[in-house]
Design a protein around this ligand. Structure first.
Ligand SMILES: [Zn+2]
Length: 415
């Protein structure tokens, strides 16, 4: 399994040396950068606070003796050489936030990876594989083409993707230029070396690990997303003079379909949402003449999404609506070998775990285009995220960090 000149890692000794207190202290320090008084984080992509946070992470990597640079997209890329010429193992996540975000989303995965390197350095242990520690820029959907940093890192960013709007009101191209980034360089970006695997620790942001409380989630994949525009035609007319009997109100026609989306989702065991309703002409004194519903469904299984989609088509046709297909993202399954490594890590640490899909997108889904990936989840108190009261207890943050370390050591021996 490993070359004779490389004895197996003393995993238990390394796990015992993992400094959980320092991890929590780092989370507090990073969580203070860009925090509003009494409120959430304002570390939107390429804001001053976001760049300050990324420079802080860079300095921490350098202090641990890693080679660390900002790449063309502003991703922090830390490097630790391995003892053999092999593709790299990579750990990481992101440190940007949504407006008013929490201090665990993304930051935990970056700082736990940093804690893994601190453990290796402190114990004088060298991995067989080179190690990349990645703090991706612009993961949250505050720019076009999100997650933008990991898309650039993997070499899959396209020029037209940067035309879309960013959180500051202008285009993403303008935001990048204002911060001294070169869009052409982002598009030409690529990984510094081939990757053997990417593992991301992240808060769950849902409620699947809460009942029963389970400290570790082993992510089976990131769900597929399908969006539809469902249009109901009526007749716009005067809201005061048109009798109820003579109305063709498009919003009234659309109303039953709203609960149908919920019912179809429940019946198929998936999630379904209408996140936007466009009512035209959209005035209080005019009967709606046309209504467009933005419908979204998500699940890991395309076969289930196919059946739910067919049910939605039937319901739309029955109510005389037009259903048009919009954005579609395929499910991104995690790598079974890497999932098995996480399972072994949990068994070694005697930690209960369950397998679950990720309903949210993550940098890992972009990394999946260039290497096998897996994700480790820890519980989000109350299922809350993207909010100031996002919280994961220290014991579970540290448990997640130890699982990440044990997984890394396992993969270093097996891959
Ligand atoms: Zn995140």
């Amino acid at each position: 399994m490993h070359a004779p000149n490389h004895p197996p890692h003393d995993v238990d000794a390394l796990l015992a040396a993992f400094d959980g207190e320092q991890l929590m202290a780092d989370l507090e320090t990073l969580g203070a950068i860009g925090r509003e008084r009494g409120g959430g984080l304002q570390r939107m992509a390429y804001s001053e606070a976001d760049l300050a946070a990324r420079r802080w992470v860079l300095a921490q990597m350098q202090a641990l003796g890693m080679g660390a640079t900002l790449d063309a997209a502003g991703n922090v890329v830390g490097y630790l050489p391995g003892s053999e010429a092999r593709p790299a193992l990579a750990l990481g996540s992101h440190t940007d936030s949504v407006p008013g975000g929490g201090m665990f989303d993304g930051a935990l995965g970056v700082l736990a990876a940093l804690a893994c390197v601190r453990t290796l350095r402190g114990q004088g242990v060298k991995l067989r594989h080179p190690l990349l520690l990645l703090d991706f820029a612009a993961e949250e959907a505050t720019t076009a083409a999100s997650p933008l940093g990991s898309l650039s890192f993997t070499g899959h960013l396209t020029a037209d993707a940067l035309d879309g709007p960013a959180w500051h009101g202008g285009s993403t191209n303008e935001l990048l230029a204002a911060r001294g980034f070169d869009s052409a360089a982002l598009i030409a970006n690529h990984p510094p070396l081939p990757l053997a695997a990417f593992v991301e620790l992240h808060i769950e942001q849902g409620d699947q690990l809460l009942a029963p409380r389970t400290p570790i989630g082993v992510v089976e994949g990131i769900v597929g997303i399908r969006r539809y525009y469902v249009t109901f035609e009526g007749q716009a007319n005067h809201a005061g003079t048109t009798s109820m009997a003579r109305r063709r109100d498009a919003l009234v026609a659309a109303a039953p379909f709203i609960t149908t989306v919920r019912d179809v989702a429940v019946a198929h065991g998936i999630v379904g949402t209408i996140g936007r309703i466009d009512v035209q002409p959209g005035a209080p004194n005019v009967i709606p003449g046309r209504v467009v519903l933005d419908v979204e469904i998500r699940d890991m299984a395309n076969s289930t999404l196919d059946r739910a989609e067919a049910a939605l088509h039937d319901a739309a046709a029955a109510s005389g609506a037009q259903m048009v297909h919009g954005h579609r993202k395929e499910p991104t399954p995690a790598d079974p070998q890497l999932m098995a490594a996480i399972q072994r890590a949990c068994a070694r640490l005697d930690l209960p775990r369950r397998t679950l899909p990720s309903g949210a997108g993550h940098d890992a889904m972009n990394l999946a285009a260039i290497c096998p990936y897996a994700m480790i989840f820890v519980p989000s108190e109350g299922g809350v995220s993207h909010a100031p009261d996002e919280f994961t207890p220290a014991a579970e943050c540290i448990a997640g960090g130890r699982v990440l370390l044990a997984t890394l050591l396992d993969l270093d021996e097996r891959l």
